[in-house]
Write a protein that binds this ligand. Structure first.
Ligand code: 6MZ
Length: 337
């Protein structure tokens, strides 16, 4: 049974998006509006790719968002597009950077301004600021200090720190994330997107609030029994990004995606788009893919959304509101459960 025809667009299951990189989420139409030519976007959103190619594609978006005006426009568009896809809560993450004519501080302020300017009635947005794992420990700490300052300035908006960037390069520095935690920031760390047992073990033992991807943890998917056992004791929610993993070829196919182990063992996970622009996906599509490949009922899909509330970095009052919204939706759309 397909998820698609059951609900008209306005009735898709209401969703929470917890793993979306701003610049990877720029749609084709936004890139075009920002002056990207067809032939550069043409290489964007292709199925025949791998992690290396994807990382070179981010430069297309980075070029498009190198001015304050463009960044403002792009951020608003990304939020509106998620809202149009029935996302009621979005945690958007982005790597603060400077460009000629835009300081790192202006970058962060612009993203904050964009979030504030999008009507709050339809979608609740929080920000995570990313540290690039390719940077040295000193550089990561320098950016973290800046983030701590902004978290104090915008405590209801800037909620956490993410570690991302090319997973085959750079490193996780525990002391940087210990400092983030000490300053009241939530931590979401990309983990096991490629095989790297030693680092994966260090990250899991640190026990971040959430893990990104978690591909090479389970022994059947290139991880190890030992790491899996440690993971199962910690039960850290994993942000699963199926289309991203399949396109980057870190997962062999949707059917062979590691999310099924989390489903089977009732371990915590959420579904995410990662880079909806680069991978030409949407959160509804990710839900559809999971429904079709693992035969989940509407009620089971709804529970994935509901559990995501718990894993989110929203305040207790906001969580209560989100649960209320989801329950309203369920009462209307899945009456005979
Ligand atoms: C790791 C990723 C990623 O921060 O400029 N990023 N890091 N794995 C992934 N899986 C495919 N997808 C995106 O958005 C783009 C940046 O997000 C990180 C990379 O550092 C990329 O440059 P922002 O808004």
């Amino acid at each position: 049974m397909s998820f698609w025809p059951l609900f008209p667009k306005s009735d898709y299951v209401k969703n929470l998006e917890l793993h979306a990189h701003l610049n990877g989420s720029l749609s084709r139409s936004t890139l075009k509006a920002l002056g990207c030519l067809d032939n550069t976007i043409g290489t964007y959103q292709t199925v025949e790719t791998n992690l290396d190619d994807v990382f070179s594609l981010f430069q297309v978006a980075h070029k498009a968002t190198r001015t304050i005006d463009n960044l403002l426009y792009a951020t608003r568009k990304v939020i509106e597009e998620f809202a149009d896809d029935n996302v009621i809560y979005l945690e958007l993450r982005t790597t603060p950077r400077s460009e000629e004519g835009m300081s790192t501080e202006e970058y962060i302020e612009t993203v904050v301004k964009a979030v504030r300017s999008v009507g709050s009635g339809k979608i609740l947005v929080k920000l995570l600021l990313s540290l690039d794992r390719r940077r040295s420990m000193e550089k990561q700490e320098e950016v973290l200090d800046l983030i701590i300052g902004y978290k104090d300035k915008y405590p209801d908006l800037i909620k956490g720190v993410d570690l991302s960037g090319d997973p085959s390069k750079g490193a996780f520095f525990k002391q940087v994330f210990e400092k983030a935690r000490k300053h009241g920031l939530y931590t979401a760390i990309h983990c096991a997107e490629v095989k790297n047992d030693e680092e994966v073990k260090d990250i899991i033992e640190f026990k971040p609030d959430r893990l990104g991807h978690g591909t090479f943890i389970h022994p059947q998917y290139g991880g190890s029994l030992n790491i899996w056992e440690v993971y199962k004791q910690k039960e850290i929610p994993v942000e699963c990004c199926l289309t991203s993993n399949v396109i980057c070829k870190t997962s062999k196919s949707y059917k062979q995606h590691h999310v099924q182990e989390w489903i089977k063992e009732s371990l915590p996970f959420c579904l995410s788009t990662d880079d909806k622009g680069v991978f030409n996906t949407s959160l509804s599509k990710e839900f559809q893919v999971v429904q079709e490949n693992f035969n989940l009922t509407q009620e089971e899909l709804w529970k994935i959304s509901k559990n995501s509330v718990e894993y989110s970095f929203a305040s207790p009052e906001e969580k209560q509101f989100l649960i209320f919204e989801l329950e309203q939706w369920r009462n209307k759309n899945i009456p005979n459960r």
